[in-house]
Structures are given as structure tokens and as C-alpha cells.
Design a protein around this ligand. Structure first.
Ligand code: ADP
Length: 254
């Protein structure tokens, strides 16, 4: 810390320092408030599965003996709530980790997307996951392949979860950016929800999403990752018709 010689500063300089100082405090306060909201959301989300697991464990100890139906129901519920917690913890760690180091490699995006599409195709057959690219174009991108894979995984998992038909992936190379789009023909999103889905823990229908095992963290993670590449993630959607998520990745050498 350098000691500031206040006496020899002009009024204008002092005023400028005060403005900068206030801006710093505001930004620290804002970060702190965001952290506080995150911690309170996270603990709330973790408390729910813990509560469910505890209730079933108590039920089992009171009435489990000689009651195979209750045993079956309880173990299934405990298992699925434990999965949910595991998911949550992994995703929260992913958010924290992403604020760390950056790996930069040259990635053949077409090849990467084809691999991801094939993996998902196998897991979700007979549903189709189709990749559209231009035969002649080279789709080279600079960045961390694991991070971009994670974003595509999140979008594909959602597209498959919130729709029942095929899912399309489209890759486009523009003069200043590369765009990866994931399109589904499922339930879609109302306009008022589209603005919020990238917020941490936001879910359109909490009751329904509890069944589909959502955490509300996937798109928030995707957004953080895309933004580390100065990119943007956007959605176009219509209720009952489906959604398209676009990942815009600016060309780094621009
Ligand atoms: P979740 O783990 O709940 O899927 P996300 O952050 O990935 O969390 O998504 C937030 C919410 O946005 C979801 O709960 C869901 O309501 C909505 N959503 C995300 N993707 C889609 C989609 N492809 N179609 C319809 N709704 C979607």
C-alpha cells in the first residue's frame, strides 16, 4: 500500500479518487450480496434432499420391518435424492472451478460436436441427435475443449429432457464469431421465463423439475463458461413449439 499524499492533491484529483473509491466499494458490496444469495440458495437446495432422505430413513426405522413395499419406495427415494445432491454439489464445484485457470488449445469444433452427438445418440437411441455443418468449412476454435463440451452437454441434456423429439445441433462460422446452436421441438419457454433461465437455481416449474431431476444450475454454468470467452449465450423459444439455444463464440484473433 502506498501512502497517499492528500495535502498536495488538487480538489479535482481528490474528487476523482473519491468517485473511484465509491465505485470500488459498490462493486465489492454487489459481489458480496451475490455471494450471499448464492450461499443461501445453495443451502436451501441442499436442505430439501437432506430432509427427504431423513424422513424416509425415519419411516424405515419405524415401519420398515416386514414391509417390502415401503422398503422399495424408501430406498428408491433415498437413492434419487442422493443423486440430486451429488449433481448439485458437482455443479456448484464446476461453477467455482471455472473461476480458475484457463487452458487454450486449437479445437476442431466439428469433430468435437460429432463426438458429443454420437455419445448422446448412443445413450438416447432411438431419438435422433443430428449435427448440421458445412462440408467445406473449417471450424477451428481456440479454447478449452472440456469447457465447451460441458456447455454442449448442458444444452443437449436440457433439450432431451424438455422435449421428446429429435434434437438438432448446428455449427456456423461467421466472419467474427462461431455459433453453436442446439434446437429442440419440445415444451418451449414463455417469454417471462426466457429472461431468467440463466440465473442460478431458476427453474420454470419447480414441482415438475423436481421429477426431472433439475437443479437450476446448468444454464448458469453454461453462461459463466461462455462469458469467459467473451461470448454470449441466447435463447429463442415459443411455448409448445420448442427452443433454440445459441452459443456465440467470438473469433479470438479479431
Ligand atoms: P435444470 O437443472 O433445472 O434443467 P437449467 O439451468 O439447465 O436447470 O435450466 C433452467 C430451467 O430452464 C429448467 O428448469 C427448465 O425449466 C428451463 N429449460 C432449460 N432448457 C430448456 C429447454 N430446452 N426447453 C424448455 N425449458 C428449458
Amino acid at each position: 500500500w502506498k501512502k497517499i499524499d492528500i495535502e498536495n492533491r488538487s480538489k479535482d484529483e481528490l474528487y476523482e479518487m473519491e468517485v473511484t473509491f465509491n465505485e470500488m466499494i459498490d462493486s465489492l458490496k454487489e459481489n458480496y450480496e451475490k455471494q450471499e444469495i448464492f450461499v443461501s440458495n445453495a443451502s436451501h437446495e441442499l436442505k430439501t434432499p437432506i430432509q427427504i432422505i431423513k424422513s424416509y430413513a425415519q419411516l424405515l426405522s419405524r415401519r420398515g420391518e416386514g414391509n417390502p413395499e415401503l422398503l422399495q419406495e424408501s430406498t428408491e427415494a433415498i437413492d434419487s435424492e442422493a443423486d440430486r445432491m451429488q449433481n448439485l454439489v458437482e455443479q456448484m464445484l464446476a461453477l467455482a472451478k471455472n473461476q480458475q485457470e484457463q487452458v487454450v488449445e486449437t479445437v476442431d469444433m466439428k469433430e468435437l460436436l460429432q463426438q458429443v452427438a454420437d455419445t448422446f445418440q448412443k445413450a438416447y437411441a432411438p431419438r435422433e441427435i443430428i449435427l448440421f455443418t458445412d462440408e467445406k468449412t473449417k471450424y477451428m476454435w481456440q479454447g478449452n475443449p472440456d469447457q465447451i463440451k460441458q456447455v454442449i452437454y448442458i444444452l443437449l441434456t436440457n433439450a432431451l429432457k424438455y422435449s421428446e423429439k429429435e434434437v438438432n445441433i448446428r455449427l456456423q462460422q461467421k466472419s467474427d464469431e462461431m455459433i453453436v446452436s442446439v434446437q429442440d421441438f419440445g415444451e418451449g419457454l414463455a417469454e417471462q421465463d426466457q429472461q431468467h433461465i440463466f440465473e442460478r437455481f431458476y427453474r420454470v416449474d419447480r414441482a415438475r423439475n423436481r421429477e426431472t431431476g433439475g437443479t437450476g444450475l446448468g444454464l448458469a454454468i453454461a453462461k459463466v463458461i461462455v462469458e469467459t470467452y467473451q461470448g454470449e449465450i441466447t435463447v429463442q423459444s415459443k411455448l409448445g413449439e420448442g427452443s433454440i439455444f445459441h452459443i456465440h463464440l467470438p473469433n479470438m484473433d479479431q
